[in-house]
Design a protein around this ligand. Structure first.
Ligand code: HCB
Length: 214
């Protein structure tokens, strides 16, 4: 394995965006292919981070910094891929947001970042998003997945409203819906007819991948 690819992987695991960025620039300068950096450096690095998080060795800040490191590298690699006509294979297209009445942003953004880092095309609508805006963006982007975040017991019901709005718009058969947020449980997800539920950002990536492969 190339020395730079190994360094890039290690800097993602260590959550050091500036170092990842610098090594990525150097790797491109010496002629490494962007896909090699992604497949052998960034993705295995994020896999290690995911396992460390699941085993309790890593915590939220580790995830955030590793995702930032991956993103810093991707910011350099995306234009390089464009230039070579080697668009990265998209794992899925997701519209994500925190539902209407709720301004909690951190968890939703972390999920969005982790999905982007794992090859999803992400349309992040931000917070306090009305059901009709989710519907409109699903139409516009042709997304196959919707991610709904709710942090308040009072806004959980809006997740159901979004599912109903998708149904009314005739889009429910075309998109899978994944819900999450501190008060959200698997049984709530089942009750409102969501397709998936995730407790954290790593789980969300796994659920999103499996929903897109169904
Ligand atoms: Co806020 N707040 N808050 N808050 N807040 C909570 C959520 C309480 C639990 C605190 C408490 O009382 N113990 C509580 C909710 C009680 C309830 O309804 N059960 C609460 C309240 C009541 C309120 C206000 C109403 C307070 C007030 O004004 N009286 C108000 C709400 C305003 C509104 O939304 N309309 C309010 C405001 C705030 C801020 C603005 C001060 C701030 C948010 C800042 C921001 O996001 N920019 C805030 C914060 C930070 C919190 C706590 C402390 C942390 C939330 C957080 O960021 N967690 C929270 C207490 C807590 O949860 N421990 C408290 C970290 C993230 C990473 O976890 O669960 O959001 P997460 O996301 C996870 C996970 O759920 C999953 O993956 C994420 C990443 O691992 N996930 C998904 C999330 N979304 C997903 C979507 C998917 O599709 C899949 C997975």
């Amino acid at each position: 394995m190339n020395e730079f690819v190994l360094k890039i992987m290690a800097s993602v695991v260590d959550g050091e965006p500036e170092i990842t960025e610098e090594f990525t620039k150097q790797a491109i300068e010496i002629g490494l292919e962007p896909m090699e950096i992604i497949d052998h450096g960034l993705i295995p690095g994020m896999d290690i981070v995911g396992k460390k998080f699941e085993s309790g060795e890593y915590f939220l800040p580790n995830l955030i910094f590793s995702a930032k490191a991956m993103q810093a590298s991707m910011n350099i690699l995306e234009p390089e891929l464009h230039a070579r006509n080697q668009e990265r294979k998209i794992a899925g297209k997701i519209v994500i947001g925190t539902v209407q009445g709720d301004i909690h942003e951190i968890g939703k953004s972390l999920v969005a970042t982790m999905l982007a880092a794992n090859g999803f095309q992400v349309c992040d609508l931000g917070v306090d998003v009305k059901p009709e805006v989710f519907v409109q963006k699903v139409r516009e982007t042709g997304s196959n997945l919707v991610g709904l975040s709710a942090l308040l017991t009072t806004t959980m019901s809006v997740q159901k409203d979004v599912i109903l709005a998708l149904q009314e718009a005739g889009l429910r058969e075309k998109v899978k819906v994944m819900v999450g947020g501190a008060p959200v449980t698997r049984s709530w997800a089942d009750e409102i007819g969501a397709d998936g539920f995730a407790e954290d950002a790593i789980g969300a990536v796994a659920v999103a991948k499996s929903l897109c492969n169904e």
